[in-house]
Design a protein around this ligand. Structure first.
Ligand code: ARG
Length: 462
């Protein structure tokens, strides 16, 4: 480690090496380098525009900053712990490159507004990328949905067979969740895309800066209106981690179902070789590691959200060093979401095959048409509750005799109620049960076609 120097001329002696290590964020905020350079270039341009420095000075600063970008890309800029954080590392290197003029860069700026600017620049880019991934996730769901309108699966409540539905209906349920995630991130993008640059340490600055000018250069939609709030606001990070947590909830739910569906008990999907792994001892095993990992990683994103909330709740205004802790939560939240989305997209695209035969078979082996039998009587004038009780009785006696509803002879139906006629056998076929659920948003095939058409329209907005 480079020898630690005293922090500045205000100090008498050197920082303890362990404390320097404890204090430093360079180990992780190096990730912000590009954004720090971009932010600094905009700041330098603004300083020239407002004639706080000369055009020539700004040019030197910008060239120096661009050189640092090059050095980083060539692996030559590798600041150590002695640099404390990315902002100091860049400023010091800049002074080494351009000399004394480099000392002007920090005019009318503090690391407090600088770090806020950097994270917002970083996060808005990440949000864009995650929204694009969500679109790909939706596309895979939509593709499967289009191929499986007529594939019928059992649907559950309480994990007990409830009613048969179209597989497309199931897939489109996740499409809707992803749509909300996509929209939610769009709203959060808007609040992230606000510039704190120029808030200074906390109170603004005496220099005649133009905050709107630098904000515009950086593509921010606006500037924070209160400098105290500007430097200490991390609401956007909490909101992002909240949105990320919900994405993980959705990914984890579909994961759970894929894991169940791949089991011998369900056999609704089979796992292809490209996304499954084996066991080191049990030669017969093929494991759904991808959805299991996604389900597992949900916890760490929720943890980051919780951590971020606790980080903020007792903080007095304005900047406190506690805020340095926001970065690893954001970075890991971003990395986890991106890797999970990528893996799930591939897994759904090529890691699974729906076992159509087995699915179509499964829905003929249960009593999930019972509601339709009750409805049959109800539309013919029997009060629904009475019909419900009659059918309940029928299910009980059928179970006792080891038969399904479709196995009962017409006399037994008519013994139960004289309104039953031979068409009851058609009414209780899974296909019919699905087809007639034609209320808006239901699983009926007409509704599914409309839902697919709506989904395609939604996919067009980006
Ligand atoms: N490394 C610091 C952070 O990540 C940068 C801001 C430091 N500001 C300060 N006043 N010490 O939050």
């Amino acid at each position: 480690m480079t020898k630690q120097k005293k922090w500045s001329e205000r100090f008498e002696s050197n920082l303890h090496p362990s404390i320097a290590r404890f204090n430093a964020s360079i180990g992780f905020d190096i990730k912000l380098l590009e954004y720090d350079l971009t932010g600094s270039i905009a700041h330098a341009k603004m300083l020239a525009y407002t004639e706080i420095i000369t055009e020539g000075e700004a040019q030197q600063l910008i060239q120096g900053l661009e050189q640092i970008r090059q050095e980083y890309h060539n692996g030559e800029f590798t600041p150590g712990i002695d640099q404390e954080d990315i902002h100091l590392a860049v400023e010091r290197r800049l002074i080494e490159i351009v000399g004394d003029v480099g000392k002007k860069l920090h005019t009318a700026r503090s690391r407090n507004d600088q770090v806020g600017t950097d994270i917002r620049l970083y996060l808005r880019e990440q949000i864009d990328q995650i929204r694009r991934q969500l679109r790909s996730f939706q596309q895979v769901l939509l593709d499967h949905a289009q191929n499986h309108v007529k594939t019928i699966i059992p649907a559950y409540t309480h994990l007990q067979r409830a009613q048969p539905i179209s597989l497309a209906h199931y897939l489109l349920a996740y499409f809707e969740m992803a749509q909300r995630d996509w929209e939610r991130l769009g709203e959060i993008y808007a609040r992230t895309n606000i510039s704190p640059l120029g808030c200074g340490a906390l109170a603004g600055t005496t220099f005649p800066i133009d905050r709107h000018y630098s904000a515009k250069l950086l593509g921010f939609e606006g500037v924070s209106r209160n400098s105290l709030d500007g430097v200490s606001d991390r609401d956007f990070a909490v909101e992002f981690l909240n949105a990320a947590s919900l994405i993980m909830v959705h990914l984890s739910r579909i994961s759970e179902e894929m894991i169940l569906w791949a089991s011998d008990e369900f056999k609704f999907i089979s796992l292809t070789d490209s996304c499954a792994t084996g066991s080191s001892i049990m030669p017969q095993k093929k494991n759904p590691d991808v959805p299991e990992l996604v389900r597992g990683k949900a916890g760490r994103v929720f943890g980051h959200l919780q951590g971020m909330l606790v980080l903020m709740k007792g903080l007095p205004l304005a900047y406190n060093k506690d805020l340095q802790e926001d970065k690893e939560a954001i970075f890991d939240g971003v990395a986890t979401i991106k890797s999970c989305l990528e893996a799930m997209i591939i897994f759904l695209e090529e890691g699974i095959e729906f076992r159509q035969e087995r699915l179509n078979q499964a829905v003929t082996e249960d009593f999930s048409s019972a509601t339709d039998v009750a409805d049959y009587l109800a539309v013919r004038g029997v009060p629904f509750r009475e019909a419900y009780n009659l059918v309940g009785k029928l299910v009980k006696t059928s179970l006792a005799s080891g038969r399904l509803l479709k196995d009962l002879p017409l006399e037994e139906w008519q013994d139960l109620h004289p309104l039953f006629e031979a068409d009851i056998y058609e009414v209780i076929t899974p296909k019919q049960v699905v087809a007639v659920r034609n209320s808006y948003g239901g699983t009926g095939f007409n509704q599914i076609s409309q839902a697919i058409a709506r989904a395609k329209v939604q996919m067009e907005s980006s």
